[in-house]
Design a protein around this ligand. Structure first.
Ligand SMILES: Nc1ncnc2c1ncn2[C@@H]1O[C@H](COP(=O)(O)OP(=O)(O)OP(=O)(O)O)[C@@H](O)[C@H]1O
Ligand SMILES: O=P(O)(O)OC[C@H]1O[C@](O)(CO)[C@@H](O)[C@@H]1O
Ligand SMILES: [Mg+2]
Length: 526
């Protein structure tokens, strides 16, 4: 396969990018499917794309009849799951995770064939829509004709054979980054599942990656009895932290503590850290499985349907919007303004606006806007006060950063600290209506930590259960450097490298954003 793929990215040209921009639907999809457009010097028409592989950039020539096959071979390579068997010649043993007791005797002779395990060759389809044109809403295209190409990913779940002796395993769990509903549900399910396999030595690492190197932070022994009820509360039973991740020190500590399996719960940053730990373990030839579970209220991790905690955050955010609506509706010329979290993506704002049905203006970082001027937000608010008497605005915390002075500061993990768009808008709205002599009663709600410090709702609790259990199955199957997630409604494992390439963002050409616009009735603000 390698010989059939060129590995140059030099052909990517600005000219070709212009072609891409004129077909901006493809441009958007390109970031999602990690496909970069480029121009082959040999080809006149814009029919060549650069496909960025994990470690190299691979160019595909769409005039070559076998381009699909080449794309798929590259895809297979990129989505192959790293395993401890890549570095060790290991013999598997039959699993200790028994499903037999759940089997019903039906008299059907096939029942003896049934085993309930997932085969390593099982796959789930990542994309199920066949777009007939790059201009179709939300189209995700690989080639200029938007051809259908199967993109398979590895199915998650228990395997019939495992690569660890459960009695000898020491498993550790760590929760990193900011809080998120469902952390305790995942911890609990990991412990339950490990015990079902027969693992006796399970520990929690306190306060994120910090727990690996901060003196005085001791690991916490975990058991079913101890974690049985932790899902009844929000937060993390183990504590969380940002910053301070030094991979080599962490791996020294993993070695010193003789940890065989590490379960890492966190967002983009945590996943990058987990992958670095996995790589370092591999470099040192350690038989350690590092398995991540994607957590973040922001829902900004690539390729997956959603991260756990997102649904709950949306539900909580919706309550804030409802309060803003009630305040605005009850005041003379009331304007309710709600700022919602989302470091680089507007998913919470978009979904909470959609679910509440009470928002007139939704502002997200992916869609630029102006406040002043004929087409600005303020003019539209004037119109809303005139026509319906009140209005509700929902703004994502990362929206409109171009309108504000940059703080230049970063948090302990290196994430940019955003300027406060909520406070800025509150002041701008007040000043604007004062200046034009129209009374306006502005009620500003910033629910920040309330949307993430709560207990998981029912749908998140189920997602956490499945992801937590699958994380353990993945580790016993010998995989490492993977994440346990949901793609296209199916539970799968993805290599971490594929999900940390960029933060996932709302596609302004997607049906969902257009549904949001239909719901709010807002015009373009620029
Ligand atoms: N590129 C990286 N390589 C190694 N470790 C990292 C990297 N980025 C972040 N980390 C570490 O991962 C941990 C969590 O990162 P971060 O604070 O960005 O939260 P996150 O996992 O992205 O979750 P959240 O959604 O709450 O922001 C921190 O301890 C941080 O030091
Ligand atoms: O104040 P903290 O804990 O650093 O986290 C704030 C950030 O964390 C998140 O909740 C999750 O990434 C973001 O929405 C928000 O920007
Ligand atoms: Mg992050």
């Amino acid at each position: 396969m390698a010989t059939s793929l060129k590995t140059s990215s030099n052909f990517c040209s600005t000219q070709q990018n212009r072609w891409m921009q004129s077909r901006d639907l493809i441009l958007h999809s390109s970031s999602h499917s990690n496909v970069k457009q480029c121009k082959s010097k040999k080809i006149k028409r814009p029919a060549s794309l650069c496909v960025k592989a994990t470690s190299s950039k691979v160019e595909l020539d769409f005039n070559d009849p076998s381009w699909k096959q080449k794309f798929q071979e590259d895809w297979e390579k990129r989505f192959n799951l790293p395993s401890i068997t890549d570095i060790y010649d290991l013999k598997p043993r039959p699993t200790t995770f028994s499903l037999k007791k759940n089997r019903t005797r039906t008299g059907d002779e096939n029942v003896d064939m049934w085993n309930g395990y997932v085969n390593n060759d099982d796959r789930a389809l990542l994309k199920v829509i066949k777009y007939s044109s790059p201009t179709s809403a939300g189209a995700e295209c690989i080639d200029p004709d938007c051809s259908w190409v199967e993109q398979w990913v590895h199915r998650a779940g228990p395997r019939k054979e495992i690569y660890y002796e459960p009695e000898e395993v020491k498993a550790a769990i760590v929760t990193c980054g900011g809080l998120c509903p469902g952390l305790n549900d995942v911890i609990r399910q990991i412990v339950f599942t490990l015990e079902t396999y027969g693992v006796k030595n399970i520990v929690g690492i306190p306060f994120g990656y910090r727990g690996f190197f901060e003196k005085g932070l001791k690991e916490m022994p975990l058991s079913r009895r101890l974690v049985e009820n932790i899902n009844l509360n929000g937060g993390s039973f183990l504590g969380v932290s940002r910053g301070g991740a030094k991979t080599s020190e962490i791996v020294d500590n993993i070695q010193a503590r003789r940890i065989d399996m590490l379960f890492v719960l966190g967002g983009n940053g945590t996943h990058a850290g987990a992958n670095a730990i996995h790589e370092e373990c591999r470099k040192r030839k350690l038989k350690v499985s590092v398995v991540a579970v994607p957590k973040t209220i922001d829902n900004d991790i690539l390729l997956m349907d959603k991260t756990f905690g997102f649904d709950t955050a949306v539900e909580e955010a919706q309550r804030a919007i409802n309060s803003a609506y009630i305040e605005a509706r009850s005041a003379y010329h009331g304007i309710g303004l709600v700022k919602l979290m989302g470091r680089s993506s507007g998913f919470i704002a978009m979904h909470a606006s959609l679910s509440s049905g009470q928002v007139d203006v939704c502002l997200i970082p992916e869609v630029p806007f102006t406040l002043d001027g004929e087409l600005g937000v303020l003019g539209h608010l004037e119109h809303l006060l005139k026509t319906k008497g009140f209005c509700v605005v929902c703004v994502a915390e990362a929206a409109g950063q171009d309108l504000l002075q940059k703080s230049g500061a970063t948090d302990a993990s290196g994430n940019v600290i955003l300027s406060d768009i909520g406070v800025h808008m509150q002041q701008k709205i007040k000043t604007h209506f004062k200046d034009i002599g129209v009374p306006a009663d502005v009620k500003y709600i910033d629910p920040t930590y309330m949307v993430r410090a709560c207990r998981a709702n029912a749908s998140d609790a189920i997602l956490c259960t499945v992801l937590g259990q699958n994380a353990v199955h993945g580790a016993f199957a010998g995989f490492s450097g993977i994440t346990s997630c949901i793609c296209n409604t199916h539970y799968v494992y993805l290599p971490i490298t594929e999900v940390i390439k960029a933060p996932k963002r709302v596609n302004p050409n997607s049906r969902m954003w257009h549904r949001c616009l239909t719901s709010t009735g807002q015009p373009d603000f620029h």
